[in-house]
Write a protein that binds this ligand. Structure first.
Ligand SMILES: *Cc1c(COP(=O)(O)O)cnc(C)c1O
Ligand SMILES: [Zn+2]
Length: 418
């Protein structure tokens, strides 16, 4: 049985029943799942979690779902990798990467959709829907297919081909809306009032958001039940960033880890950085922007959780950083070259941001630092394809191979000395 007991307004604290609702009738604040932590503490232990499946469902007792009818395509429990080579390059001795490329649809969105889809089934919905910057579309379409639900997926028109194919293959109704993500999201809020569908990030948002906590849980478990000193997290709406922090706080509340001193730093692309701009201005009042960046998965100009993200930043002493499109590409290539991980543009935002945090003294050299790599690079090939060396073209002889290799080496030497 789930220990969720109510939906609670994040502003006025009024409580509501656990239904498909997301705003407070009284003050229009966002609703969040509230739990009975005393009862939960009795039920969970390191052993009970470690005995669970290698997916987010090992933390079922900390999530708002009933045990029956789980939707499960094996999201979560992704590798935490010790990144010695990247750490050396950046000047960090204790760097880890949480590799969420290794999810069923190759991004962290499988965590949030697993929880939202399970709740949607519990509530008796027959249709799953979303407004997406790309990865959510893939994940909603896949989960709906696996759960036998209909899917309506709304996207902006300028997405990478990998994200379009990565949705279409599961056969949802894919709707390309003429506008940017914020227009797509507004349309979906209106549709959610008219159609009896489970929009994972609209009327199901309180449950959806809980899925991101599992990234915090996993990192702590994988570090041997301790919180890291520093997290570096990509921010679009800011929900993931806030919920990793909530996940760590909950583990401490449940006596599964010591009190949490983690600094939470957030990274955005310069072309869509409303949260960073507010941070630098010393305000929590986020001004919406019109996004223009290759990091399309993070291109939310009006971030729903920006205010709360800035609160966590202030509380923990983390910082906010941006990177240009060129720096994002460099970050993607640096990660691939040093650690063998091909991340999407959001990963480039994190690695480029990490570099700046180290250079500016925002992260100490020996801090146990976790960088969250949230999506895979084959979906955003457009970002790097023109910057990579093309393959050598040779006839099937040793002579042809050696000649081509010689020419390439010669060209490399010349390029290096130019
Ligand atoms: C959606 C997404 C994020 C962050 O999303 P939030 O809206 O901030 O929760 C980060 N990385 C990738 C790859 C994403 O698709
Ligand atoms: Zn309220």
């Amino acid at each position: 049985m789930s220990f969720a007991k109510a939906l609670r307004c994040r502003e006025c604290q009024r409580e509501y029943p656990l239904e498909a609702e997301y705003v407070c009738d009284f003050c229009f604040g966002p609703l969040e799942v509230a739990y009975d932590y005393d009862a939960m503490r009795e039920a969970v232990s390191h052993e009970s979690i470690e005995a669970g499946p290698a997916s987010i469902w090992r933390y079922a007792d900390l999530l708002p779902c009933e045990p029956d009818n789980r939707v499960d395509i094996q999201a979560g429990f992704t590798p935490l990798i010790r990144a010695n080579r990247l750490g050396k390059e950046l000047g960090l001795t204790n760097l880890y990467l949480k590799n969420d490329c290794m999810n069923p649809t190759w991004s962290f969105k499988d965590r949030v959709v697993t929880v939202a889809a399970t709740k949607a089934k519990e509530f008796g919905f027959d249709t799953l829907a979303c407004a997406s910057t790309g990865n959510l579309a893939n994940s909603v379409a896949a989960h709906a297919a696996s759960a036998g639900l209909d899917a309506f997926v709304f996207i902006p028109p300028d997405l990478e081909q990998g994200k379009i194919t990565g949705s279409s293959i599961y056969n949802p109704t894919l709707v390309c809306v003429n506008g940017n993500y914020d227009d797509v999201n507004r349309l979906c809020s209106e549709l959610a009032g008219k159609y009896p569908w489970a929009f994972v990030n609209v009327n199901m948002r309180p449950y959806y958001a809980e899925g991101s906590k599992t990234l915090g849980y996993e990192v702590a478990e994988q570090l041997g039940w301790r919180a890291p000193d520093h997290c570096v997290v990509p921010m679009a709406s800011g929900s993931l960033y806030v919920k990793i922090w909530k996940g760590l706080q909950e583990l401490a509340k449940l006596w599964l880890i010591d009190s949490v001193q983690t600094k939470m730093s957030g990274a955005q692309a310069l072309g869509c950085s409303p949260i960073v701009t507010a941070f630098e201005a010393g305000t929590k009042n986020v001004q919406p922007v019109r996004p223009s960046t290759i990091a399309k998965s993070l291109a939310i100009g009006n971030p729903a959780d920006g205010f709360y993200a800035l609160g966590v930043m202030e509380e923990t002493g983390g910082r906010a950083v941006t990177s240009t499109d060129d720096e994002i590409v460099e970050g993607m290539k640096l990660l691939a070259r040093t650690e063998g991980i091909f991340a999407e543009t959001a990963g480039g935002v994190v690695v480029a941001g990490l570099k700046k945090l180290v250079e500016s003294g925002g992260i100490g050299k020996d801090e146990v630092t976790v960088a969250f790599i949230t999506g895979a690079g084959l979906k955003t090939q457009e970002a790097v394809i023109d910057t990579l060396e093309p393959p050598l073209q040779v006839e099937p002889t040793i002579a042809a191979f050696e000649e081509a290799l010689g020419e390439r080496r010669e060209a490399d030497v010349q390029a290096a000395s130019a």
